[in-house]
Design a protein around this ligand. Structure first.
Ligand SMILES: Cc1cc2nc3c(=O)[nH]c(=O)nc-3n(C[C@H](O)[C@H](O)[C@H](O)COP(=O)(O)OP(=O)(O)OC[C@H]3O[C@@H](n4cnc5c(N)ncnc54)[C@H](O)[C@@H]3O)c2cc1C
Length: 595
């Protein structure tokens, strides 16, 4: 009975498209506990005091310093946060991991270094390692004495990771695997002590291993990169590298489970890192805009600059709402796992939110690119100069759209995961789409909406956005059926509609929750941000849906769908100009990002 009650509380992944949530049901930064706030402060202070002042040395490839900083971070618990206590970690929740990632994002290079150490280079051991491997490797990783790396990509297999050519074979005495091949773009490659290596046993069974640095395990030359120059990225050459059979992760031939599941965690952490980068970029943009005088005034007094600052803040705040809402769902899912040591069940609980993790990865990496691009513009010519922070921020953020699954791959995963859940019967998407089609074919007379509750208009817009998402996804599923996965242009647009829908609702719920606690007047600007975001999102959604529907239907069918789209996207435009000004003015007055 208790288990049944627990199970009821779990919000299903993807259900945001077909169910309504209340503000009380979602997790927001306002719900952080004392431990969360402490870990945020610790990470931020460490980054600002220890890492930021030394970024030049890191960019000059001082890997001794990088190692020392990994050690210092580990001493503060930043590496072992998500390592179970019995293996020398702190055993903190996933939210703490995301909060650490957010604050690491203040320096993208070191975020990549520590992100590999405490994320992709570590999690496969926690979730798939043998007991012997956990005991051997986790305590020194948590202590920062061993540096880790993750070696999946090869020169000819990136997105298509399963096409890897690296091989592994069992030694004649059955004690070791012997690995050969060449990996590419390995973060921490230049100085890592252990590598999570993906290779095919006997040339066809894709598997993963922990491999210690040794003679047969050589780093190639450092990549000359566009950004995150203060992180090491090298090839890894395996020439008869040996690793004991206890270092096999999971099962032979099941390496894909490791590669794909770990990425879900990697994706929400990457989103959180982008958020941290955006907050810092905002802060520096506001300060610069206040300091810089042109035409006898601070440039922050110009409407063109205010409009940028306002929009940058909106995307930062909405992105934050999406991340921590998802973390809340993940924590509830993990909380319902009966045996907290059952790693398989824990990973499944996280995988439930794979669509949300991909949404966060794509949305935040693109919001971050937007924010740093506008930062360069606000800095003008100095934005283009390497002596000012905008230039580095702009270059550093670009990689986020490429690694942890490119944004194209993640966009396709979003509707892909939802359809998979729908077809397996876990998510009632198809009946909802059918009911919507019935509504579209016989629309009821629009009722006069008297709802005057806070953000009622935006809530309605979000509800209608869900209908547009269902309508486009449902039409695509009906038209292409099993061939839907080949319709990439359609899937990418549907993904954009779904992302905006999730973002709109997350913003509405977060703002309402804040208003309930602090009162409406205290959160007037957050209400502004929500209203502007929803206003603009509906316009984007309408454009995406129009193009998608026109590509899938014609004649009467298209006319019917477009008529429904017009109903679902009907709104009275708001004064976004004045709202962005108010949002910017508060930051200009405080000389920092205030949301
Ligand atoms: C700085 C840096 C650090 C990295 N760190 C690591 C690391 O630590 N470990 C590691 O293993 N890897 C790492 N990578 C590799 C990274 O994960 C890959 O670069 C990424 O997965 C993309 O692979 P690719 O470069 O081969 O591009 P490709 O897969 O060749 O993609 C090229 C383009 O084609 C698109 N594309 C590919 N397939 C499809 C498809 N089916 N449908 C539609 N579009 C498609 C992509 O979206 C992209 O736009 C790193 C890369 C960089 C640059």
């Amino acid at each position: 009975m208790a288990a049944a009650i627990e199970a009821k509380k779990i919000v299903q992944g993807g259900s945001f498209l077909i169910e309504e949530r209340t503000p009380e049901e979602i997790f927001t930064p306002g719900d952080f506990n004392e431990e969360h706030r402490m870990i945020a402060d610790t990470t931020r202070q460490f980054m600002d005091a220890e890492v930021q002042p030394r970024i030049g040395e890191l960019e000059n490839k001082d890997w001794k310093l990088a190692r020392a900083l990994v050690k210092s971070a580990a001493d503060l618990g930043l590496v072992g946060a998500n390592i179970p206590e019995e293996y020398g970690g702190l055993g903190l929740d996933q939210t703490s991991g995301a909060i650490i990632a957010e604050n690491l994002g203040r320096s993208a290079s070191f975020a990549a270094t520590l992100g590999a150490q405490s994320g992709i280079g570590l999690l496969p051991i926690i979730y798939f390692g043998t007991e012997a491997a956990k005991q051997k490797y986790l305590p020194p990783i948590a202590a920062g004495d061993l540096v880790t790396a993750y070696a999946l990509t090869e020169a000819s297999s990136g997105s298509d990771a399963m096409a890897a050519k690296a091989t592994a074979r069992l030694s004649d005495d059955g004690k070791d695997y012997i690995l050969n091949g060449e990996k590419m773009f390995i973060t921490n490659g230049g100085f890592a002590d252990i590598f999570i290596v993906f290779a095919k046993v006997d040339g066809d069974k894709f598997s993963a291993f922990i491999v210690e640095r040794q003679e047969g395990c050589q780093s190639g030359a450092e990549e000359h990169k566009m950004g995150i120059k203060g992180s090491s990225t090298t090839p890894l050459i395996l020439a008869d590298a040996r690793t004991p059979v206890e270092n096999l992760l999971g099962e032979v031939g099941k390496g894909h489970k490791i590669a794909f599941n770990i990425l879900n965690i990697g994706r929400f952490k990457l989103g959180a890192m982008c958020l941290g980068g955006m907050k810092l970029a905002m802060h520096e943009s506001v300060r610069y805009a206040n300091e810089r005088q042109q035409f006898g005034k601070s440039i922050s007094s110009f409407g063109a600059i205010k409009s940028k600052l306002g929009e940058m803040a909106i995307r930062t705040w909405v992105g934050e709402a999406m991340i921590y809402r998802t973390l809340g769902m993940i924590e509830e899912g993990l909380g319902a796992v009966a045996d907290s040591k059952d790693m398989d069940a824990r990973l499944k609980a996280i995988e439930e939110y794979a669509a949300e993790c991909s949404i966060i990865k794509v949305a935040l990496s693109e919001y971050c690119d937007y924010v740093t691009d506008e930062m360069v513009q606000i800095f003008g010519g100095y934005g283009y100069s390497a002596d000012y922070p905008a230039e580095r921020a702009y270059r550093d953020t670009r990689i986020n759209r490429i690694f942890e699954g490119t944004n194209e791959i993640n966009r396709m995963l979003i509707p892909g995961r939802l359809m998979k859940a729908a077809l397996s019967g876990r998510l009632a998407l198809l009946p909802a789409a059918q009911a919507l089609m019935d509504e579209i074919l016989s629309p009821s007379m629009a009722s006069f909406d008297l709802d005057e509750s806070l953000l009622a208009t935006e809530q309605k817009l979000a509800q209608n956005a869900k209908k547009v998402a269902l309508m486009t996804l449902g039409t695509a599923a009906q038209k292409y059926m099993m061939g839907l996965s080949d319709q990439q242009e359609i899937l990418m647009s549907v993904a954009d509609i779904i992302m905006d829908t999730f973002a709109m609702e997350s913003a509405v719920l977060r703002a309402r929750k804040m208003a309930a606690v602090q009162g409406e007047a205290a959160v007037a600007l957050q209400l502004d941000m929500t209203r502007v975001f929803c206003n603009d999102a509906v316009e984007r959604i309408e454009g995406d849906a129009k193009n998608t529907l026109a590509a899938m239907a014609e004649g009467d069918e298209l006319r019917t769908l477009l008529a429904a789209l017009r109903r679902f996207t009907k709104m009275t435009p708001m004064n976004t100009v004045a709202a962005r000004q108010r949002i910017a003015n508060a930051m200009i007055a405080a000389n920092r990002y205030v949301y």
